[in-house]
Design a protein around this ligand. Structure first.
Ligand code: SF4
Ligand code: SF4
Length: 206
């Protein structure tokens, strides 16, 4: 790993993360409580506390290209355990949005799954499991992964063949539209709009 040159961090990156999350990353004292409670640490390249340190040091490239952002399940255990009341999950959420907006690859399968989930949601106003599976398999070429689960899900009626269309699907589509417009404005201004992270759910938390 390349050594970090102290004092040469990207100050704009720190400002963007702090503005987007409304958190002060300098409050982190590196106690490690967030990492100790994180259920996904086993899969991370940088742990939650390491990510906080990297943000403090303005390491835009390292943070936005890391795998951990895409393995985080947004359980907020880190936030709950922080003695300095930093919303760590929100900081990571902001970084994830930035990584997505700025075109960092992330974990490919994660990204494909999120996109496969959002497309039917936008069209029908609610999730369409068979559509999600089909889109994901088409893009990922994982044709046979988890196929054994399909008969069980069919028997339990968890896999309807046709999508249900929500009554308010136009309102849902409008949320996507507004989100994209804000993303575009934020990208043009290079400053994240905090409302992106409050209203999108990206779930739009991916
Ligand atoms: S929100 Fe993410 S980083 Fe925080 S504890 Fe949960 S999985 Fe770990
Ligand atoms: S728990 Fe809070 S103070 Fe401790 S390392 Fe994590 S973010 Fe920093």
């Amino acid at each position: 790993m390349e050594p970090i040159q102290l004092g040469r961090g990207d100050a704009a990156f720190i400002r963007e993360v702090e503005a987007g999350s409304r958190q002060s990353v300098n409050k982190c004292c590196q106690c490690g409580n967030c990492t100790a409670g994180c259920p996904m640490s086993f899969s991370y390249d940088y742990t939650a506390s390491q990510l906080m340190r990297l943000v403090q040091l303005g390491q835009r490239e390292r943070v936005l290209s890391c795998r951990a952002l895409w393995m985080c399940v947004t359980c907020e255990a880190c936030t709950t355990r922080c003695p300095n009341e930093i919303d760590v999950a929100r900081v990571l959420d902001v970084c994830r949005h930035m990584a997505r907006r700025e075109g960092y690859a992330g974990v490919r399968a994660q990204r494909l799954f999120v996109n496969s989930f959002l497309l039917p949601l936008r069209r029908f106003g609610r999730s369409y499991e068979l559509g999600v599976m089909g889109l994901f398999k088409l893009q990922s070429f994982k044709w046979f992964a988890d196929l054994a689960l399909a008969p069980v899900m069919l028997l339990k009626r968890k896999l309807p063949f046709l999508p249900h269309r929500a009554k308010n699907r136009r309102e849902v589509a409008d949320i996507f539209k507004r989100f994209e417009e804000r993303q575009l404005r934020a990208l043009q201004a290079r400053t994240p709009d905090p409302e992106d992270f409050e209203n999108s759910g990206e779930e739009v938390r991916p």
